[in-house]
Design a protein around this ligand. Structure first.
Ligand SMILES: *Cc1c(COP(=O)(O)O)cnc(C)c1O
Length: 389
């Protein structure tokens, strides 16, 4: 059975009314702090940590458990846990597995707030970070005896470099180092890192999985080897999530494949067209044959999503790029992406290592679900306005 069929095929049984079962397509939303026990013995067992059911509202209510189970199916992982945002999932993963004295490797093109955490928070716990080029041929050159973990993001935030997941996994395994990936761009539909040998796979559910720009959530899916350690940390930290947001994310999952294919089609259409324009220096989209790591994208991904970037030619000033952004009407300006409304974000890229993108102004597009020709016309008129100042 195909994965989307599997996700959709489930329904929910709420017991009987009269002699007839009440079944619904969606899960009810559970709201609870207190969970009632059947007996004194059950309460006593809960106190001892030996109760097999849910003992309190902090203990992952049924909507969260259902979302975890469905994402786990998609990721083909051993288990999944939900977090209150994507960045919270990333930070907690690092804290769960690292200890004082550890060293980690993080790809230089990683999501900004992930980098900030590694640079400015982890040193407080005597954990050091080295950044690695996104296309590092030889990761083993960067490994020290204290290296505990390699964190990658493929494609990288804003600049869209694809990492050689297979090579990184091979080297990491040879050195007994764990691997973590931020897979938000591809979602588990277009890349399955766990089946490629990655140990921990993180998604920002906020983006495509929930799909409506109205909630924040993240998931962490782990392989069997790392489950016990992760679960111990998770249950200790009191991480709780809104049942309502889990419910909404579950609805998002059912239509993810459909939406993602449309995002993919529109983004590829726009990227291919933008590449032909004389005003554009470079289009950053992994599915374009001109993309530097296009061969790696073909090897590890089964599709491309709706997020890509462009670099205007140097002759265009900062002021003109601002005019371009301000002139768009269908593409709105805002952080985040993955929803039905098209968005852009702009800004100068900063890199810790030498990079062709350092200090370059990149315009990042999140192609939404509007008609692709309307989006094209919107960009076209904004380029005309940009040139006229
Ligand atoms: C948005 C984003 C995150 C963080 O997700 P939030 O749910 O917004 O905290 C992490 N990684 C990538 C690549 C992202 O784009």
């Amino acid at each position: 059975m195909e994965i989307t069929t599997k996700l959709i095929s489930k329904d929910f049984d709420h017991g009987n009314v009269g002699s007839k079962p009440v079944k619904t397509i969606n899960n009810p939303v559970y709201r609870a702090s207190t969970i009632l026990f059947e007996s004194h013995l059950d309460m006593e067992m809960a106190g001892k940590g030996k109760y097999s059911g849910i003992y309190y509202g902090t203990n992952r209510l049924p909507n969260q458990r259902e979302l975890e189970e469905q994402i786990n199916i998609l990721e083909q992982s051993y288990a999944t846990r939900i977090f209150p945002s994507g960045i919270s999932a990333i930070r907690h993963t690092l804290l769960a597995f690292l200890k004082s004295g550890d060293h980690i490797l993080v790809c230089d093109n990683v999501y900004g707030p992930t980098k900030f955490f590694c640079k400015h928070f982890l040193p407080k716990f005597n954990i050091t970070t080295d950044f690695i080029p996104s296309n590092a041929d030889n990761i083993s050159d960067y490994i020290k005896k204290e290296t505990k973990l390699i964190f990658i993001e493929s494609p990288g935030s804003i600049t869209f470099e694809i990492q050689n997941i297979g090579e990184i996994v091979k080297t990491a395994k040879a050195h007994n180092i764990m691997t973590v990936i931020d897979n938000t761009w591809a979602t588990p539909l277009f890349c399955r890192p766990i089946s490629l040998g990655i140990d921990v796979c993180i998604e920002s559910i906020t983006k495509y999985i929930s799909g409506n720009s109205d909630l924040l959530m993240g998931s962490v899916s782990v392989s069997e080897k790392y489950f016990q350690e992760f679960e111990k940390y998770y249950s200790l930290m009191g991480i709780c999530n809104s049942s309502h947001d889990c419910y909404s994310s579950l609805k998002g999952l059912k239509t993810l494949e459909l939406r993602l294919k449309k995002h993919e089609e529109t983004a590829f259409f726009l990227a291919s067209w933008l590449e032909t324009l004389p005003e554009i220096h470079q289009v950053l989209h992994p599915a374009l044959p001109s993309h530097k790591e296009h061969h790696l994208w073909k090897e590890y991904f089964t599709g491309s999503s709706g997020l890509f970037g462009i670099v205007f030619k140097d002759e265009f000033s900062q002021e003109q790029i601002a005019k371009f952004a301000d002139s768009l009407s269908l593409f709105k300006m805002g952080f985040s992406w993955g929803g039905y409304k098209s968005l852009i974000s702009t800004g100068k890229i900063k890199r810790d290592l030498k990079s062709e993108f350092h200090d370059k102004n990149i315009v990042r597009f999140s192609a939404g679900l509007e008609d692709k020709n309307d989006l094209k016309n919107d960009i076209k008129q904004a380029i005309t306005k940009m040139k006229n100042i």
